[in-house]
Design a protein around this ligand. Structure first.
Ligand SMILES: Nc1ncnc2c1ncn2[C@@H]1O[C@H](COP(=O)(O)OP(=O)(O)O)[C@@H](O)[C@H]1O
Ligand SMILES: [Mg+2]
Length: 392
């Protein structure tokens, strides 16, 4: 069918034509934003879930809500090296610049800019933000990140409140942040929340994020709920496929829907990818049949293998691949690390560096003590397709 009208546009983080099944999170966030702006306490959200379930698109929705509610908003995507503090400084600088530009605040922001400048200079990587004011010593430059972030959020929160607005940050891939930095973020935000300042953060990360909050756990639980974002239900998956096509006057046959649900296991990213390829091969003009879907399967799998799956697998070492191949063979689902060791004829201790690096690189996570699983849905099947010869 007409490729120009293809309504399935995969791409990590890009909004699907129909965002289904996330109303509860969206509604809760909207209430939170209104309450926080009104100086009331309310929990924000740290979304957790596997790759491709729709965490980033949900954060994007939150961001639109925030803008609609009159917040100044910035987005941060944490990179694999885990650097957060300097990214926060840059994001908050953009927030202040935007506040300045939109509200013509000028001199009223001098102090906040100065505090931010001192904060950034004091960071271990000592970035110099191009801010044309003198650094203000005191509130956020002690060198203790917890105290300094608290000082910074309080300073900026007060400015926001004075000017009847709020500050909202969305932080994606939060699992890459090391525990002390994550703790500092939570403690800093907690301070601003105690003072009922209009500053809030919504975050997303892989399933190990909840455990990463460590000793800041009690604060984290006061500040955030931890919605688990997962695959869709059958009905939601059906809607995710049907709604975009319907807008183009195209209907899916029930047989095609049933096949799609089975093959994709209702994972949003897979639905999108299979939907796109099915559209490409379908004869049309106004229906998608089971046969269309079947012919699109090899194409869709190849596209996923060469993109979504391979980008995760590349740059893994031989030892890591052997470990993951063994997990795949023992799976699907969480496997016991002791069973991986036994299958490889090694001790747990000898394998723990490999296990740790797989977790650190976010290819795997520990669903429970002594267990390990892939962070990418259906990754075990990919390993079996590409590494059938892996021996343990
Ligand atoms: N609720 C949803 N309904 C329909 N499609 C979705 C939904 N959530 C995600 N998708 C699709 O899945 C893709 C992957 O989502 P993304 O937010 O990047 O996942 P994550 O951040 O969890 O890895 C999106 O680009 C979108 O096409
Ligand atoms: Mg994402």
């Amino acid at each position: 069918m007409d490729p120009v009208r293809n309504p399935y546009t995969p791409g990590a983080g890009s909004r699907p034509q129909a965002l289904v099944g996330r109303d509860a999170e969206i509604d809760a966030m909207d209430v939170t934003l209104q309450r926080v702006l009104a100086g009331r306490n309310e929990q924000s959200q740290l979304l957790t879930g596997l790759r491709g379930v729709g965490k980033t698109v949900l954060l994007n929705e939150f961001e639109e809500l925030a803008e609609g509610r009159g917040y100044f908003h910035e987005h941060i995507e944490v990179s694999e090296d885990g650097a957060l503090a300097s990214a926060l400084a840059s994001a908050l600088r953009r927030v202040l610049l935007e506040m300045d530009a939109k509200r013509r605040l000028g001199g009223a922001l001098r102090r906040a800019f100065g505090v931010l400048k001192a904060f950034a200079l004091r960071l271990p990587d000592g970035i110099e933000l191009h801010i044309d004011v003198d650094a203000v010593a005191g509130p956020a430059d002690s060198g203790d990140l917890e105290a300094d972030l608290a000082g910074l959020f309080v300073e900026l929160g007060k400015v926001a409140r004075e000017h009847r607005t709020g500050i909202m940050l969305t932080i994606d891939e939060l699992h890459y942040v090391d525990r002390p930095t994550l703790t500092a973020l939570i403690v800093g935000l907690h301070r601003a929340a105690q003072l009922r300042l209009p500053v809030t953060v919504a975050g997303a990360g892989l399933p190990n994020l909840a455990a990463l909050t460590g000793e800041a756990k009690t604060y984290a639980e006061r500040l955030f709920t931890f919605p688990v974002i997962d695959s869709l239900t059958d009905a939601q998956a059906e809607e995710a496929l049907r709604a975009p096509a319907r807008d183009e006057g195209v209907e899916w046959d029930p047989a095609a829907i049933a096949l799609a649900q089975e093959v994709t296991r209702n994972y949003p990213y897979f639905l999108q990818e299979f939907g796109k390829r099915t559209w490409i091969v379908a004869d049309g003009p106004d229906r998608i049949t089971g046969d269309d879907f079947r012919r699109a399967v090899p194409l869709s799998i190849a596209a996923l293998d060469d993109g979504f799956f391979r980008v995760r697998a590349t740059s893994s070492t031989k030892a890591e691949r052997l470990y993951m191949g063994t997990m795949a063979r023992l799976g699907p689902g969480p496997v016991r690390t002791a069973d991986v060791a036994a299958a490889l004829g090694r001790t747990l201790a000898a394998l723990s560096p490999t296990r740790d690096s797989l977790i650190k690189r976010a290819l795997c996570y520990a669903p429970d003590r002594g267990e390990i699983d892939f962070t990418v849905p259906l990754f075990g099947e990919y390993m079996k397709r590409w590494m059938p010869g892996v021996r343990g």
